[in-house]
Write a protein that binds this ligand. Structure first.
Ligand code: AMP
Ligand code: MG
Length: 408
């Protein structure tokens, strides 16, 4: 049986990043950048004030002191967005607003709070003179041209997932359209004659299909699009019907849950093999041993286990990396950190992924399991913030033992 690492590598090698498209900036949040972004101009573009106050020549303020107030004549009023026309001479100041361009001659800004002009009301005209009682250093409260970045700087690298703040920076640089990777499209289906829709009344022996909700959300969390195809019954015809539907969709991958084990009604493997091929259908791990990979009518197929926790773990370990690769992303978005066992943890020797809650005790991360680790116990996954990775061959981890944890 394949190990987790072998299975993941085998799956990943079948995929490559989607092609690129150019989108208006507002559509680019969470997309993966397809090119390096270079600044076409420097930032800030011009020397500007970081405070509301008075632009001055720092040298003029040398004589100002607590017991010796300095008075300058105010020769201009510079609101944000205007281009100053004055050049400050000796003894002169200009009222200036945050973000407004520093006039020629000035090299510092004294904040309005530090002057005798303390009218804070909007619309107040600039005073004739302004006085203050401290010296001002050259450069004080001035954001100088190019201090943040220079023309030609690479500000964002290809393969980065665009964050809200990235969009802000792109806008600052006047980049209205961005080359990003296309969204991956994923067909999703469930299988099992016991499954009914979430809004259907529960009758004897039936349960709500929960996997397609958790998995659809998980797929979308990677930026991919989901085509939800519903539930197949445990019959050859029904499973074939849904897989045919999936094969006719324009999708990069078909994902199903359940029906890939060794039950008498597990038809998924058989149907996959009828019109495609099965690469493998088991992985040596817990939870989630029944995990199938192959293709159906030329489309990549991953069959996740049916048990809700197994389906989720299978998604995190095998599908999320695929979706990230498809989306063009370089680094995985899940962080693996070292934590310590807060209790003795038993395992069965298979590589195991256990649900745990992590707490911080004086800087040390301590993991506590969130209840029994049955693969149907979804609540224990809901309560977890990490999956502990218990390596193959390990049967017992003592209290205090260091272990890897995937943060959820
Ligand atoms: P199977 O892989 O078909 O043997 O299913 C394993 C377990 O997962 C059974 O208890 C199923 O009822 C359960 N199961 C399968 N599919 C789903 C689903 N979509 N939502 C919730 N539970 C499911
Ligand atoms: Mg079943």
């Amino acid at each position: 049986m394949l190990t987790v690492t072998e299975a993941r590598e085998r799956i990943l090698s079948h995929f490559q990043a989607t092609t690129e498209e150019t989108l208006p900036l507002i559509k680019c949040a969470n997309r993966i950048l397809a090119v390096d972004i270079t600044a076409a101009h420097e930032l800030p573009l011009f020397n500007n004030s970081s405070m509301d106050g008075f632009a001055i020549r720092a040298v003029d303020s040398r004589s100002a002191a607590v017991d010796s107030s300095l008075t300058l004549s105010v020769v201009a009023d510079i609101p944000a967005g205007s281009a100053p026309t004055v050049t400050l001479g000796q003894g002169q100041a200009a009222r200036i607003m945050t973000g407004a361009q520093i006039p020629a001659g000035a090299d510092a800004v004294i904040p309005v709070e530090d002057t005798d002009f303390n009218s804070r009301e909007a619309g107040t005209a600039a005073p004739q003179t302004v006085s203050f009682t401290r010296t001002v250093k050259a450069g004080e409260n001035v954001r100088t041209r190019g201090m943040d970045l220079h023309t030609g700087d690479v500000v964002l690298r290809k393969s980065r997932r665009l964050k809200p703040q990235d969009l802000g920076l792109l806008a600052m640089l006047g980049i209205a359209n961005v080359k990003v990777h296309k969204k991956a499209r994923i067909a999703l289906l469930s299988s099992g004659s016991e499954l009914i829709e979430v809004d259907a009344p529960l009758t004897e022996g039936k349960i709500h299909d929960s996997n397609s909700y958790a998995l659809a959300a998980a797929i979308e969390s990677t930026g991919a699009e989901v085509v939800r195809l519903g539930v197949a019954k445990d019959t050859l015809e029904s499973v074939t019907g849904l897989l045919e539907k999936a094969a006719h969709e324009k999708v990069d991958l078909i994902i199903s849950s359940a029906g890939v084990s060794v039950g008498a009604f597990d038809y998924v493997k058989e149907v996959i093999e009828s019109k495609g091929k099965l690469d493998f259908w088991r992985v040596n791990m817990r939870p989630g041993k029944p995990l199938a990979f192959g293709e159906y009518r030329g489309k990549a197929f991953i069959g996740l286990p049916g048990n809700p926790v197994s389906a989720f773990v299978g998604f995190e370990i095998f599908v999320r990396p695929v979706l990230e690769k498809l989306s063009g992303q370089l680094d995985g978005s899940r962080l693996t950190v070292k934590v310590r066992c807060g209790e003795e943890i038993e395992s069965d020797g298979r590589e195991s992924y256990l649900r745990a809650k992590i707490r911080n005790e004086s800087g040390v991360y301590i993991a506590a399991l969130t209840g029994h680790q049955g693969s149907g116990n979804l609540l224990s996954l809901v309560q977890a913030d990490a999956l502990l990775i218990i390596p193959a061959g390990v049967k017992c981890l003592p209290v205090g033992q260091e272990v890897d944890a995937i943060l959820l």
